[in-house]
Design a protein around this ligand. Sequence first.
Ligand code: AHG
Ligand code: MN
Ligand code: MN
Ligand code: MN
Length: 313
Amino acid sequence: MTTIDPARIPENLRPVIEAMCATGAQLSRVIARGPLAGKLGAGVGENSDGDQQKALDVMADEMFEAALRGTGVKYYASEEQEDVLTLDEGGTFALATDPLDGSSNIDVNVTIGTIFSIFPVADSATASFLRPARDQICAGYIAYGPQTLLAVTFGAGTVLFVLDPETGRFELAEEKMDLPVAAKEFSINASNRRHWGQAVLAYVEENERGKDGPKGKDMNFRWVGSLVAETHRILTRGGTFLYPSDSRKGYENGRLRMVYEVAPMAYLVEQAGGKATDGVTPIMDLTAEQLHERRPFVFGSAEEVDRITALHC
Ligand code: AHG
Ligand code: MN
Ligand code: MN
Ligand code: MN
């Protein structure tokens, strides 16, 4: 029994995507049990990025790593691992993942997720990931919320599947997601306001002035604290997301990781007709230099992302 219709997946990627979906379905059952499944949000260590690791971060990482063995994935890079792991010498793919995104929301029953990005293997383990985001051949996220969802792209649009809890299969929900060009909402962690640069401050102030400002319309505000949840909302009904660089030590490039979070979400957003930049340059034109590096990230409705670029110039 497969967890997703193989006819919807390029042939060479079928075992990889099937492993991601089967593991995502398994993980969604653990998450749905919450405290009945143990202390999923308990702190258990620290990862190489300096984030506190929760029990579910480590569990998810171990589950995906184990499931991807023998599926054609040679190299596995994870937010929760220091270095790239070699899973299968004969494999032809390099898969990067944020196995559990939004870990501050584990204990409060708010949407969390898994993000992944796939490249064809290059000459070495690191060279397989440290390359232009444009080299990705697949990106996706699984959202564990009121519904468990998979949004995935293979370079021909962003496709949405919903997990049917009755059958344990991801069923097609939307053939081609279409991110609205205009937005009514924006997302940024407003508690960092005093650390922002001029362009970001100007954008937020414009939004706050609403109808009375240059926009001529009111803007609503949302901040979930899970990139997967924000991305899904924006792909569905438009909006903008910003995690910019700010003046705090360690936030020179924002908070989000280029390889595990920024590049895959940028690919999904572009494929749905939205835009994704570091404030100025399209993310898909950027190349990661280090595995765990961070990048300022701005994405969403094309009109708004263009406005943010203009404010930066
Ligand atoms: P992770 O749980 O994988 O470390 O990612 C958390 C990220 C992302 O999901 C979210 O957008 C952002 O961190 C939240 O940042 P704040 O702590 O500034 O709210
Ligand atoms: Mn983390
Ligand atoms: Mn994350
Ligand atoms: Mn994570």
